[in-house]
Write a protein that binds this ligand. Structure first.
Ligand code: ATP
Length: 506
């Protein structure tokens, strides 16, 4: 685990050092859980967004895209339930003045007990050597069983108290477990309170006339309120989908793990409107389709898994996460939810407008059911980046850091390098880049020895480097080097574009 933590730290510092992700307003010491994307990061992010958009909108006749505003009528968030229920339980330590999510404090305590189980397993495995049967050990060893029972009791109590909104009991649980503040080490806690995660601001020129509005905490509501507009103007027939990418804002109490949990982030969501009764079929369909999308990037399937929700929100009748193995473990990357008619039904009630679909075949109107796919763009960025980061020992004993970013997502597709700066080689390189840049993000580099230039491109994940040498001037051929294999071959200038195009097909 320590090793993975180490790698995660390296990924974060690499992201900064090579212009992928910077802390926001860094010259003012940053802003907690807010990040800026740099020159390569913004390209990678854009490429992920486009890859998603193509798969969802361009390749599906019955899915269209929209771009709704971040500001919405305040009643939207009443109808969606966010004003009343988009809360996290928080608790403050009176000595350190640090704020925590009460459920996370308890979950961290559970994680410590899990660590104890792991230690027991490790010890026993050393003691018994090859004869060790882990399955048998964890189901029979009395100490492990005691720990497991403890975990079971604690989680049951936590989740049932949270469900009942019995915050006094959550505090009691924290006290009984003798959980201390990691900073002050004290058990001097405030009461547990619900904290709404929405950011609010004022709209209107004067404070008196001002109306409280919210920065949207999810993009989905922009789709629901435009359901009627899109259906009518696009002459959409059920089943059909509306897709959108855009910023969302959540005042996360515990914001950590780099761009995994941010206060300002970007979502890519698609709401698929179906006939009531057909939602489970479509839910299964989208679960599979979305997993296929992830795997199409060429990242091994072992890095992904489904997590089916057993406890469902009151409006959902099925929900699953696609989890990715980040350096800090398997965590949610995308959610697929069958949301019934909850959202359209609520907006119909609050707005007084009929949000229904008229079925020509049955001559009936109904409020469609919704299956949604909801993925975090920044989390996908982190998944790709942490998978791509590789430290390699080469045959000649040297080392390189290479980002094996799926080629279709790479920020720069091709770097063009004259071997030397004289004898017309630079001009030839510029001429080649002039053609390639019409189709691909290119970079020109003539500084330092060629080996160092290759390393720089490896570190930002550029799939191809093209070198112009004296032979190029004679026969119009170049050396093309591939990032992962480091193989080099000689090809005519006219073939470069085709070669890159082939490799970008996934
Ligand atoms: P979590 O349980 O991790 O808070 P969630 O279940 O609240 O996530 P959803 O509301 O389903 O998340 O949002 C859909 C997707 O948006 C998530 O799968 C995730 O990829 C992304 N996402 C949600 N919150 C954040 C955040 N604070 N920072 C970055 N991405 C986020």
């Amino acid at each position: 685990m320590a090793n993975m933590e180490d790698i995660f730290k390296k990924v974060i510092s690499h992201a900064k050092e090579y212009g992928f992700v910077f802390p926001s307003s860094e010259i003012y010491d940053g802003l907690s859980a807010v990040y800026d994307y740099g020159q390569y990061g913004s390209e990678l992010k854009k490429n992920i967004r486009e890859y998603w958009w193509k798969a969802m909108v361009q390749y599906n006749e019955n899915i269209v895209g929209i771009d709704a505003a971040i500001f919405m009528h305040p009643t939207v968030w009443k109808a969606s339930g966010h004003v009343d229920a988009f809360n996290d339980p928080l608790i403050d330590n009176k000595d350190s003045k640090k704020r925590y999510r009460a459920d996370v404090l308890v979950e961290d305590h559970i994680a410590k007990i899990e660590d104890k189980i792991n230690k027991e397993v490790e010890k026993a495995s050393k003691r018994f050597g090859d004869a060790f049967n882990k399955e048998q050990f964890v189901t029979t060893n009395t100490r492990v069983l005691e720990y497991k029972a403890k975990i079971e009791t604690i989680s049951k109590r936590l989740y049932s108290s949270l469900e009942k909104n019995d915050l006094a009991d959550v505090k009691k649980l924290i006290e009984e477990l003798e959980i201390v503040c990691p900073i002050s080490g004290s058990r001097n806690w405030t009461d547990v309170r619900q904290f709404n995660l929405m950011f609010s601001t004022q709209m209107g020129s004067t404070a008196e006339g001002a109306d409280t509005i919210y920065l949207r905490p999810e993009t989905a509501q922009g789709i629901f309120v435009n359901f009627l507009n899109v259906m009518k103007t696009g002459r959409m027939k059920i089943p059909f989908g509306i897709a959108q990418t855009g910023k969302a804002f959540r005042n996360e109490i515990v914001a950590r793990q780099f761009i995994f949990r941010m206060r300002e982030f970007e979502q890519m969501e698609m709401q698929f409107f179906v006939k009531p009764g057909e939602e489970m079929e479509w839910y299964k369909y989208w679960k599979e389709e979305r997993m296929k999308w992830h795997l199409s990037l060429g990242i091994p399937k072992e890095k992904y898994r489904f997590h089916d929700h057993e406890k469902l929100s009151h409006y959902a009748n099925a929900a699953a996460d696609i989890e990715f193995e980040f350096p800090f473990g398997f965590k949610e990357l995308e959610g697929i939810h069958s949301r019934t008619d909850f959202d359209l039904g609520a907006h119909q009630k609050f707005s007084g407008k009929k949000l229904q679909y008229f079925d020509n075949e049955t001559n009936e109107s109904y409020v469609p059911y919704v299956v949604e796919t909801s993925i975090g763009l920044d989390r996908t960025f982190l998944a790709v980046l942490s998978y791509a980061y590789n430290e390699e020992k080469l045959e000649d004993g040297s080392e390189r850091i290479v980002l094996k970013i799926p080629q279709v997502l790479a920020p720069i597709k091709v770097a063009v390098m004259p071997l030397v700066k004289k004898d017309g080689l630079s001009e030839k390189a510029r001429e080649i880049i002039g053609i390639l840049k019409m189709d691909y993000m290119c970079q020109y580099d003539e500084k330092d020895a060629i080996g160092r230039r290759y390393r720089r491109q490896d570190a930002i994940g550029t799939p191809y480097c093209i070198t112009i040498d004296y032979d190029t001037m004679q026969d119009n051929t170049v050396t093309i080097r591939e990032r992962d294999s480091m193989k080099q071959e000689r090809i005519p200038v006219e073939k470069i574009s085709e070669k890159i195009r082939q490799s970008l097909k996934t």
